[in-house]
Design a binder for this molecule. Structure first.
Ligand SMILES: *Cc1c(COP(=O)(O)O)cnc(C)c1O
Length: 386
């Protein structure tokens, strides 16, 4: 008999969510209506920031933030290779150049020391990614940004609800982006958000989301022709999110604390099971941070194993665990190779990549499923121990 398949991540939709969406479907606005503002205000309130802009998806959020930061041709933006490609792609959308800094081998997050080494007179911004939900060393990063006059755009796709020194992720960097893809903390199907305390950045983000068009007369460059008048001032996109999606987002956000608590509870079980288990290194956490635990990444202690990651991964998949790898270093992808990025630029990231496996973690997991993941993972590792 084959065992139950357990994916690495999954949404949790309940009747309240379905009702909220149905109600919006019966309302006057499917898009550009009141649910968008309501979702933005509630999200801003949650992360304790002045402004939030809801947008089509997390990638559009990054693109908008790169635009608002004024990134243009040949500007360099420093980010990590241990992230989803979108963190770096967004820079290229505006003809900037992603520069990869190495990671800290303990936290797997971008290493502030490596950021410093990568700064040139073309550097304009930093995109730290709060990988797995663990906050980056923001004090260090903001200090560097201050010294070199750089904009910090944090990719918080993994970090809704994470805290750094008591402060929510979303209110520390100049801008923070979020994703509401179904594997993330809360979902709108597709969706994203940018948060900022800056009115100036907010105004740019809002216009970018709708073609670069403004209907705010106080901003007009030319004289108004009449009540129908509006102006396209920059090249923007249609990156709008719908009221249907935002209604779901509002309903999901009401459950964020429950979702986060359940993720933490599961992590506690995993830590207990795998701490001191030969062949597995559990994820290390910085002091004074509170991870949102989007992912649970085990690192294989290859010196203690007879197998490599490829073999262990296959063995885990063979037990019907939906394990995954987060991430292939961005510059390994053929597109980045075609741009001239060479292997070897971030040795810590490359070394980590050979050893990591993401095991299932999502709030809807039952205790029994958690036990199953532990049991199957231990069996596979035991089989491959020296
Ligand atoms: C999910 C994710 C994104 C992209 O978000 P989408 O909503 O899928 O566009 C960007 N960065 C990271 C780190 C992500 O995990």
């Amino acid at each position: 008999m084959t065992e139950e398949f357990i994916p690495y991540g999954s949404q949790w939709i309940d009747e309240q969510d379905i009702e909220a969406v149905a109600k919006t479907l019966k309302s006057d606005y499917l898009t550009t209506g009141p649910k968008i503002k309501e979702f933005e205000e509630k999200f801003a309130d949650y992360v304790d920031v002045k402004y939030a802009v809801a947008i089509a998806n997390g990638t559009a959020a990054l693109h908008a933030a790169i635009f608002a930061a004024g990134i243009k041709e040949d500007d360099e933006v420093i980010t990590t290779p241990i992230t989803f490609a979108a963190s770096a792609n967004s820079v290229i959308y505006q003809n900037g150049i992603p520069v990869f800094a190495d990671i800290d081998p303990d936290t797997y997050n971008i290493d502030p020391e490596s950021i410093k080494e990568k700064i040139t007179d073309k550097t304009k911004a930093i995109i730290p990614v709060h990988f797995t939900g663990q906050p980056c060393e923001m004090d260090e990063i903001m200090k560097i940004a201050d010294k070199y006059n750089l904009t910090v755009i944090a990719d918080g796709a993994h970090a809704v609800g994470a805290e750094y020194k008591g402060q929510k992720i979303g209110s520390i960097a100049d801008m923070t982006t979020f994703s509401f893809h179904p594997v993330k903390h809360i979902t709108t199907g597709e969706g994203g958000m940018i948060t900022t305390d800056s009115k100036k950045l907010y105004d740019k983000l809002i216009k970018f989301r709708t073609h670069g068009i403004t209907k705010n007369s106080s901003e007009y460059i030319n004289e108004s022709h009449g009540p129908w008048y509006h102006e396209q001032q920059k090249l923007g996109y249609n990156y709008r999110i719908t009221d249907i999606q935002c209604a779901l987002g509002i309903s999901q956000l009401e459950k964020i604390d429950k979702f986060l608590a359940r993720r933490k509870e599961i992590v506690k079980e995993y830590n207990k099971a795998f701490n001191d288990f030969e062949g597995i290194i559990i994820p290390e956490q910085l002091e004074d941070t509170n991870s949102a635990w989007h992912l649970y990444v085990i690192q294989l202690d290859l010196e203690k194993l007879t197998a490599d990651r490829r073999k262990v991964f296959k063995d885990l998949r063979d037990t019907n665990l939906g394990v995954n790898v987060h991430y292939i270093p961005v510059y390994y992808h053929p597109y980045y190779q075609s741009l001239g990025y060479k292997k070897g630029i971030c040795p810590n990231a490359e070394n980590l990549y050979e050893r990591i496996i993401t095991i299932p973690l999502y709030p809807k997991m039952s205790d029994q499923q958690v036990e199953e993941v532990i049991k199957r993972t231990k069996e596979v590792i035991r089989k491959n121990q020296k």
